[in-house]
Design a binder for this molecule. Structure first.
Ligand code: SAM
Length: 301
């Protein structure tokens, strides 16, 4: 079957589209409000030969709401992608048009869709995005934080040391930061964010496009206090203010960034400074008072 008005010219330097091959359509679905489904998404789902879904039960409900009866509904998720991916690619090469949907929003954002896209491209299969709702960008545009440069980081890892590693990299990222989070981890995640970034401004964007949509704006401390009073419910995007100009200026000259305060002071001592002078220099580099540095060294000595 050919889908009218949805042709896409795709140049693949490493190979050409196999004869008679179908296309992979990445179809956005709503993140809550069903009215956010686009006309094009409905039509594509109606016209494709196969729909591959993360959760087929969830997708069946969506399809039935829009009176779409798929010829074939396949499951494609994190735990079956290794087997299901190549099978879906085979169908497309045989001439079927396949629509990939996730549970909500854009497929391939924080779900295994990106693997199927990479596999399709490696077989020179045309990949066609059918855009629509996305939680991270919806949160960003309503956050009031800068939107010119941003980093989407999805879900943080589970292990504390992995979380720290990711956040220490992000501490240097320019612009606003975006995270996905579940309600039972959002408070803990704010604690990690505060440890890594200090008390920056954040926006908790909850239940976007749904009945209880809510934005909580404040510092990390204020938002944590809010969550302690209003237990988290529903789905969250955490939007975090980027590095401030002062932080960025400080980081620009931060040859000492990887050093502990002790190592930082020791560096100046070995370069010939008296201990007091070395503490003064380290304090000035870090934007701390001499007393802060002195107290830190005292605690650790
Ligand atoms: N593909 C989706 C997209 O395009 O936004 C994201 C899927 S990801 C598996 C699910 C996470 O997205 C949730 O845990 C939550 O952090 C975020 N999310 C999804 N829907 C949301 C909503 N209506 N409001 C706030 N966050 C949402």
């Amino acid at each position: 079957m050919t889908i009218s008005c949805q042709s896409s010219f795709q140049n693949n330097i490493h190979g050409s589209k196999p004869e008679g091959c179908g296309s992979l359509f990445l179809v956005a679905t709503p993140i809550g409000n069903l009215e956010d489904m686009t006309y094009r998404a409905v039509r594509t789902l109606q016209e494709c030969d196969i729909i591959a879904a993360e959760d087929t039960r969830q997708t069946r409900k969506l399809l039935s709401h829009f009176e779409i009866s798929p010829s074939m509904l396949f499951s494609y998720h994190e735990h079956n992608k290794a087997a299901s991916g190549p099978e879906l690619i085979r169908y497309i090469i045989e001439g079927k048009n396949l629509a990939l949907v996730s549970d909500a929003g854009l497929p391939a954002i924080s779900d295994p869709g990106a693997d199927l896209v990479a596999l399709a491209i490696s077989h020179s299969i045309p990949v066609i995005p059918i855009p629509g709702a996305n939680a991270a960008l919806s949160a960003l545009i309503a956050s009031g934080l800068p939107t010119t440069t941003f980093t989407f980081s999805g879900f943080l890892p589970r292990e504390r040391k992995d979380i720290r590693a990711v956040l220490s990299t992000l501490a240097l990222a320019q612009g606003t930061l975006l995270f996905y989070e579940s309600p039972h981890r959002v408070l803990k995640t704010l604690t990690h964010l505060q440890e890594a970034f200090g008390n920056r401004r954040v926006v908790l964007a909850r239940e976007l496009t749904k009945r209880y949509e809510e934005f909580v704006r404040g510092t990390i401390e204020e938002c944590s206090a809010w969550l302690a009073e209003h237990p988290p419910l529903g789905e969250y995007v955490i939007v975090v203010e980027g590095e401030s100009k002062e932080e960025a200026d400080l980081a620009g000259s931060a040859w000492w960034r990887e050093l502990s305060i002790e190592e930082h002071v020791a560096h100046y001592e070995t370069s010939g400074s008296e201990r007091k002078e070395a503490m003064k220099k380290a304090a000035s580099d870090r934007g701390l008072s001499k007393r802060d540095v002195y107290n830190t060294l005292l605690i650790r000595e």
